[in-house]
Design a protein around this ligand. Structure first.
Ligand SMILES: Nc1ncnc2c1ncn2[C@@H]1O[C@H](COP(=O)(O)OP(=O)(O)OP(=O)(O)O)[C@@H](O)[C@H]1O
Length: 536
């Protein structure tokens, strides 16, 4: 294992990823559209972000989403990864092994966001260990989970920096490439079937970027489906991708094998006039910039002929004209053929196909285990804050000032006693509010991490009401276990149709039959839910 990691560092050989088999997921998407609703003071406006994007990616392949800034790469990635933004309205179909998205897929999907959301004061090893403890199935022991974290460290070649802090704006830590690998490690720790990555190479030098993409390729070879957005890849990087989607202003300009992209553009008459990186050429085209690019005569014909006196001097087509031409060329020559390919059923047994939607979710730890893990993680992350010299000086100086103010206060007189009551009041208020304000200001800092972990179904964000079977009085026998989903019991077992958002059923405890309902709010032991229940 160490050898593999060393190989990775020198970029020679691929490490072997995952010893346990990965359930294959074939991702297909057809005519995916997306628009955002922008609400103004007086009017509501709709803005098209994606216009009918189709494509597919199979296990073992890396699909790259490329395009100029603002072309819709992140939006498409979010849609494919089931991470819809609230104000976005989407259309078209996205299927995973020919089935629609289900929340049970969350445990099969890894999503690496563009921003590295990590705790700066935790070391690489601590970060991955906490991720393993929180995300791996309850069936594994603590030692097995810790071992898995170490395995991932070696798989990603992070063993040399495993005891280094992640770092942040005020703390020096691991390098950008290492930080990105930790983010990838956070996701691959659960052995996902599909891995989505938003610009994993941005901000990295070309060699580190190459190593990162090599890593993605290795994961794909291990049976995963990998989808990544990419900005301006080097030519070596470009050739590492199996499939490519080129977007321009939210429209599809090319979908197919990345090795055939240049052939396709050559077939429609667009060729580089000088030797250049294929990715650069494609991005130039997607931007409508045709400097150093030969364009077909039909595109030139669309351009108005300038200054007739000067002898019919041709002008360059505008970016909008180039864009229109490329969209039309794809639509007429390739789109139908590719869409027909999407109709072919996924070559998997029905059993394997549906296994990825398995309702049996066994991720994470129990509520109490999660509480202790998060508490330990919080203490480790915040200990630098709490035990900083600034904080200690703050407390000591307050104590000294108070000591001086109440120095030799006379407790025998009424006035002195009143003085001392004032001191007690001050101490109570100071020590009451000081931690409260610290906690309040901590929450915004950790909000991004909380959102990330909740989106990955990492935390048991559920509020549970438990009722014994055959209980008819819901206002009694209830208790709260967690923080989001509410559970209800029914005497004759789970019932569908009472509420469309009822979705997951499990036997938490012998004799307790439970239902749960997803709700976006944080824990609330809300007795109103009880009264909203349908009659039995
Ligand atoms: N919630 C939103 N409200 C308004 N416009 C939005 C919203 N989300 C996305 N957009 C717009 O949609 C377009 C595509 O955004 P997206 O983030 O997908 O682009 P991108 O290709 O990933 O860009 P970059 O490479 O710069 O990250 C952009 O013009 C963006 O401004």
């Amino acid at each position: 294992m160490v050898d593999a990691a060393e190989d990775l560092e020198v970029g020679m050989r691929k490490p072997k990823f995952q010893t346990e088999p990965t359930l294959p997921i074939f991702l297909k998407f057809r005519d995916v559209t997306s628009k955002v609703i922008i609400k103004g003071m007086t009017s509501t406006e709709e803005k098209d972000i994606l216009n009918g994007i189709s494509g597919s990616v199979d296990p073992g392949e890396v699909l790259a989403l490329m395009g100029p800034s603002g072309s819709g790469k992140t939006t498409l990635l979010n849609l494919l990864g089931g991470r819809l933004n609230r104000p976005t309205v989407g259309g078209g179909s996205i299927t995973y092994n020919d089935g629609p998205y289900s929340k049970f897929l969350k445990s099969r999907i890894g999503f690496v966001t563009q921003d590295d959301i990590l705790f700066p004061h935790l070391t690489v090893k601590e970060t991955l260990t906490y991720a393993a403890l929180l995300r791996l199935p309850k069936t594994l022991t603590k030692e097995q989970k810790q071992k898995r974290a170490i395995e991932v460290i070696y798989e990603l070649g992070l063993e040399r920096c495993q005891d280094t802090m992640i770092g942040g704006p005020f703390v020096h830590g691991v390098s950008g490439g290492e930080r990105k690998r930790v983010c990838i490690g956070n996701e691959i720790i659960i052995n996902p079937s599909i891995l989505f990555l938003d610009e994993p190479t941005s901000g990295l030098d070309s060699t580190t970027a190459l190593k990162t993409v090599q890593l993605l390729q290795d994961m794909a070879v291990g049976g995963k489906t990998v989808v990544t957005t990419i900005h301006q890849p080097s030519s070596r990087l470009f050739h590492k991708f199996d499939k490519l989607i080129l977007l321009g202003k939210g429209s599809l300009l090319y979908f197919g094998k990345s090795s055939e992209a240049m052939l396709y553009f050559s077939s429609i008459g667009c060729n580089p006039l000088i030797a250049m990186n294929p990715a650069e050429f494609l991005l130039d085209l997607a931007n409508g910039n045709i400097n150093d690019v030969s364009v077909p005569s039909e595109l030139e014909d669309k351009v108005q002929i300038g200054n007739s006196d000067a002898g019919k001097k041709r002008r360059k087509p505008s970016p909008a004209v180039v864009h229109e031409f490329l969209v039309e060329a794809y639509e007429t020559r390739v789109a139908d053929k590719e869409k027909k390919k999407l109709m072919v059923p996924t070559p998997l047994d029905e059993e394997v196909k549906t296994k990825v939607f398995s309702r049996k979710r066994q991720w994470g730890a129990s509520w109490w285990q999660q509480y202790t893990i998060l508490l330990c993680r919080g203490i480790k992350e915040r200990r630098h804050d709490y035990f900083s010299w600034l904080r200690i000086t703050q407390v000591l100086s307050t104590a000294i000032i108070l000591g001086l103010l109440w120095w030799k206060s006379d407790s025998n007189s009424l006035k002195g006693l009143q003085d001392q009551a004032g001191l007690l009041f001050f101490i109570a208020v100071f020590w009451g509010f000081f931690p409260v304000f610290t906690a309040i200001f901590t929450f915004p800092q950790e909000r991004a991490m909380l959102s990330k972990e909740r989106a990955a179904d990492m935390l048991e964000n559920e509020c549970c009401f438990l009722f014994p079977n055959h209980a008819h009085d819901f206002s009694q026998h209830c208790c709260c276990l967690g923080t989001r989903t509410s559970y209800w019991s029914y005497p004759d077992g789970p019932k569908e149709g009472h509420n469309s958002s009822f979705s997951y059923c499990d036997d938490l405890h012998a004799g307790w039959r439970v239902f749960c309902k997803e709700s976006p709010s944080i824990c609330i032991l809300d007795p109103l839910y009880v009264f909203q229940l349908p009659h039995l």
